[in-house]
Design a protein around this ligand. Structure first.
Ligand code: UDP
Ligand code: MG
Length: 313
C-alpha cells in the first residue's frame, strides 16, 4: 500500500461524498486507502460513510468514535490504523484540495532525504479578522514561550513517511496538540503553500472559545516557561514589597510617625493577591494536565469500525 489518507470528520454529512469522489478522481493508481474517522458526529456522517464504504470496499475504511474526542484524537486513531508507506492527513470540508496530495507524494518520491511535506496556508481567505489576528498572536506567544519552533500558518494538512508516523505514535500523551507534536519530533520537513478552498457544507467546529482552549493546550503542553514566569513575578513583587517596606521605615524614622493612606494598602493587597492568583492558576493548568495524563485513559474509544480485518458493526 502506497498511501493512507486520514480524514477526521465531525458533523460533515454534506462533505463526505464530495471529498471521496475528488480523491477517487484524482488518483489514477489503485494502491491507496482512505481512513475516515467519525469523531462523534450527531448528524448522518457515519450513515454516509457506511454507504461510501459499501460502494468501495477496497479503498474506504471508517472508524466511528463513541463520542467527540477532538480532531487530534481522530488523527491519532487514523495513524494507528494506517498501513501505507506514506500517510496523509486532510480535512473533510474541501478547504484543503485533495489534488495537493499528488504534489506531496511526487515530492516525497523524488526526494529520498525528505521525510515530510507540510502544507502552510498561502492566503487566509477563510476565517474572520479576529481569527486571523488570533492565529498571528498565538504563533508569536507560543514561539516566545516554547522550546520547539512553530511554523506560522502551519496546518495538519501534510504527508509523511512511516518513520514520521511511528514517531508521532510513540508520543503517548492524552492531551494531544498535533501542531506541537509535528514540530517536536523533528525530521526533514519541506513546506509548501496551499490556497484554502471554500468549505463545501456545514460550518467550522472551531469557535472563539474552542480556539482559545486549543491555544492554551498548545502553550501548556509544549512549554514550562509560564511556570517560571510565576516564580519571576513572585520574586519581583516580593522584592518590590520589601523595598517599599524599607522606604516606609526610613521615612517614619526620619520624618516622624505618619498615618499611611489606606489606598496604598488596598492597592498592594489587590496587586499581590492578583499575582498570587495568577501563579496558582498557572500551577493549576499544569496540575490539571498531569492529573489527566496519570489517569492514563485511552485517547479515543471506538464504537464502529468498517473495512478493517476486525469489524465492529
Ligand atoms: N474535526 C474533528 N473533530 C473535532 C473538530 C473538527 O474531527 O472535534 C474535523 C472536521 O470535521 C474537519 C477538520 O477536523 O474535517 C477541520 O475542522 P474545521 O473545518 O471545523 O476547522 P477549520 O478548518 O475551521 O480550522
Ligand atoms: Mg475547515
Amino acid at each position: 500500500m502506497k498511501l493512507s489518507i486520514i480524514i477526521p470528520a465531525m458533523n460533515e454529512e454534506g462533505n463526505i461524498d464530495t471529498i471521496y469522489n475528488t480523491i477517487k478522481n484524482t488518483f489514477e493508481r489503485d494502491d491507496y486507502e482512505i481512513i475516515f474517522i467519525d469523531d462523534g458526529s450527531v448528524d448522518k456522517t457515519f450513515k454516509v460513510l457506511e454507504s461510501v464504504q459499501k460502494k468501495d470496499k477496497d479503498h474506504v475504511r471508517a472508524i466511528g468514535f463513541s463520542r467527540n474526542f477532538g480532531k487530534d484524537a481522530a488523527i491519532y486513531a487514523g495513524l494507528e490504523h494506517a498501513k501505507g508507506e506514506y500517510t496523509a492527513i486532510i480535512d473533510a470540508d474541501m478547504e484543503q484540495n485533495p489534488e495537493y496530495l499528488l504534489k506531496m507524494m511526487d515530492y516525497l518520491d523524488k526526494h529520498p532525504d525528505c521525510d515530510q511535506v507540510a502544507m502552510t496556508i498561502k492566503k487566509r481567505k477563510a476565517g474572520s479578522f479576529i481569527k486571523r489576528l488570533g492565529g498571528k498572536m498565538f504563533y508569536k506567544v507560543i514561539n516566545i514561550l516554547s522550546d520547539v519552533k512553530f511554523q506560522k500558518d502551519a496546518s495538519d494538512f501534510r504527508m509523511f513517511k512511516s518513520t514520521v508516523k511511528d514517531a508521532i505514535l510513540s508520543l503517548p500523551e492524552k492531551n494531544r496538540f498535533s501542531k506541537g507534536i509535528f514540530s517536536w519530533i523533528g525530521f526533514n520537513t519541506k513546506t509548501m503553500e496551499y490556497d484554502v478552498g471554500k468549505r463545501k457544507s456545514g460550518e467550522t467546529k472551531f469557535n472563539f472559545k474552542s480556539s482559545m482552549k486549543y491555544a492554551l493546550n498548545g502553550i501548556v503542553g509544549f512549554s514550562v516557561k509560564p511556570l517560571r514566569l510565576a516564580t519571576i513575578l513572585g520574586v519581583i513583587t516580593s522584592l518590590g514589597g520589601f523595598i517599599y517596606l524599607i522606604y516606609l521605615i526610613a521615612k517614619t524614622l526620619i520624618q516622624g510617625v505618619e498615618v499611611p493612606g489606606f489606598a496604598t494598602i488596598v492597592c498592594l493587597i489587590l496587586f499581590i493577591g492578583g499575582v498570587q492568583l495568577i501563579a496558582i492558576g498557572i500551577l493549576g493548568e499544569y496540575l490539571a494536565r498531569t492529573f489527566v495524563e496519570t489517569k492514563n485513559r485511552p485517547i479515543y474509544i471506538v464504537k464502529k469500525k468498517l473495512g478493517f480485518e476486525e469489524e465492529i458493526l
